[in-house]
Design a protein around this ligand. Structure first.
Ligand SMILES: [Zn+2]
Length: 501
């Protein structure tokens, strides 16, 4: 079974450097992408940069460079950060690329042809922080609640409007009759947005830095129509063959931008006669001291700093274990150090080190032959099933927890079997073989299942089990046989971290 699976993350706004608050979405999407690859799917994983808009033009001007020089520099920085985190994207699109403009123009042409564009005067508030129009009701004390320190703008301009209101019923059906919005807890919020929809302005008069509106050199395409189309233009749309990738199976986005992804975007696609994506996953936020990580707080922790202390794998694992994939979770260096010490170094690291060293000491480094009939083998099999079920419903944190439950059961198994006692009496040779073979299999299962979370160290652990081939499909891990493999001790996989300074 070779399913195609097209997954995307939100494209990041080229207005500053990535910080740990941006990492959650990318690590989560990467883990899903890696998981689907291991299941044999043909995965296409798209990321990118959103490079148009007033804020970017302003930042470039302040830095004394042209907007494109500015965004090119930043795109390089962001890609370097994703590389540090081992993010395995297949394509990276920048909205300043020609291939993207082609897609945007085709969207506008089709929406217009369908009669869904008209000119009218927009008079209302606009938040440059969100790049979004705001109604009076959206404001708190006269400010955008997301950007309380920014002055809200009052705009009056002749714009192009998209007849969003014509899609109310079809949007409602999409949301209620399918899994389009996940987690399910977000569905009602989206339905409320659909109830309240009005037509939206999709052009910005006088905005210099953006894709030009067709035949109107002084007008820019509204940044969200521009940005959202990246998912489609990256497939080569409208050139023949774009349906090999489209529709996207999963847009992974933050919960703060579901209005754009669950209301505007599907409606625009419906109008253009393009299939809607199969689903949107709205993840929560990594918070710090209870609040969203912003530039002012935590935003000062860059990706290199996050990776430097504990390594990319420990950081990836921590983020996905600590922050439930369907809600918010808090970041703290103390918690990271704690999980790195207790779960990675003590539980998993210890299990790996003692299993490998006992196979060396008692069996010359070769995994002995023994049927998979111990209680640990049974738990390992159940863990594979539990993990698959949880990963399939994108409960990443629960899937990781299931594997660590196996790790802890394996450590108890070592204690109760006490191989060092069995080794003293040759009459116990069969029992010792059974114990060591069972532990090696459990370690194989653990390294396979955790590989999407910690590709670096789990790849090493897998290799240390004497397997030259790649990790098999997850279903096959349940019947993993390592008989006769020569294990290697290798480096210490999980050194105890120095406690954070
Ligand atoms: Zn705002």
């Amino acid at each position: 079974m070779n399913n195609r699976f097209f997954i995307t993350t939100a494209i990041d706004y080229a207005n500053g450097l990535p910080h740990i608050g941006h990492a959650l979405e990318k690590i989560g999407a990467d883990t899903i992408a890696r998981y689907r690859r291991h299941r044999g799917d043909s995965v296409h994983f798209l990321m990118g940069m959103d490079e148009h808009g007033l804020k970017i033009a302003q930042s470039a001007a302040a830095a004394g460079v042209s907007p494109i020089e500015w965004t090119t520099r930043l795109a390089g920085e962001w890609r370097a950060a994703w590389q540090l985190l081992d993010i395995s994207y297949d394509d990276f699109i920048r909205t300043t690329e020609p291939r993207h403009a082609v897609g945007v123009y085709e969207m506008i042409r089709r929406i217009r042809e369908n009669g869904d564009l008209y000119q009218a005067t927009y008079a209302g508030f606009y938040c440059v922080g969100c790049e979004a129009y705001k109604s009076e009701d959206d404001l708190v004390d006269g400010h955008c609640p997301e950007h309380p320190s920014r002055e809200i703008q009052w705009l009056e301009e002749e714009n192009w409007f998209f007849r969003l209101s014509a899609y109310r019923d079809r949007l409602r059906a999409l949301v209620t009759e399918s899994d389009f919005v996940r987690p399910e807890s977000r569905r009602n919020e989206v339905l409320r947005m659909i109830d309240e929809i009005k037509d939206i302005s999709v052009s910005r008069a006088g905005l210099k830095w953006g894709i030009r509106w067709p035949d109107e050199p002084e007008t820019a395409v509204y940044v969200w129509l521009d940005a959202l189309t990246n998912y489609l233009s990256a497939t080569g749309f409208p050139a023949e063959g774009y349906e090999r990738l489209w529709p996207a199976d999963l847009h992974v986005v933050g919960k703060d931008i579901i209005r754009f992804h669950c209301v505007y975007w599907p409606a625009m696609l419906m109008s253009a006669g393009v299939e809607t994506p199969r689903g949107v996953w709205a993840h929560g936020w990594m918070t710090m001291s209870g609040g969203k990580i912003s530039k002012s707080e935590g935003g000062t922790i860059g990706i290199p700093a996050a990776v430097e202390r504990h390594g990319a794998d420990a950081f990836r694992y921590f983020v996905l274990r600590e922050v439930p994939w369907d809600s918010d979770g808090n970041f703290s260096w103390d918690r990271l150090a704690e999980r790195d010490t207790s779960e990675l170094a003590n539980d998993l690291g210890n299990l790996a080190n003692r299993t490998l060293s006992m196979i060396h000491r008692y069996r010359g480094g070769v995994v002995p032959e023994a049927p998979a009939t111990t209680e640990l083998d049974q738990i390992a099999k159940e863990t594979v099933e539990k993990y698959l079920e949880r990963m399939d419903r994108l409960a990443l944190h629960e899937a990781a927890a299931a594997v660590f439950e196996l790790v802890s059961r394996a450590n108890s198994f070592v204690e109760s079997r006490a191989p060092w006692k069995l080794a003293r009496d040759p009459a116990n040779a069969g029992s010792l073989d059974e114990t060591l073979a069972s532990l090696a299999r459990a370690l194989g299962v653990v390294s396979g299942l955790l590989h999407p979370f910690m590709p670096g160290r789990m790849g090493e652990l897998w290799t240390s089990l004497g397997t030259s081939e790649t990790i098999p499909p997850f279903e096959d891990l349940a019947s993993l046989d390592l008989t006769g493999r020569t294990v290697s001790m290798g480096a210490v996989l999980f050194p105890r971290p120095e406690l954070a300074k």
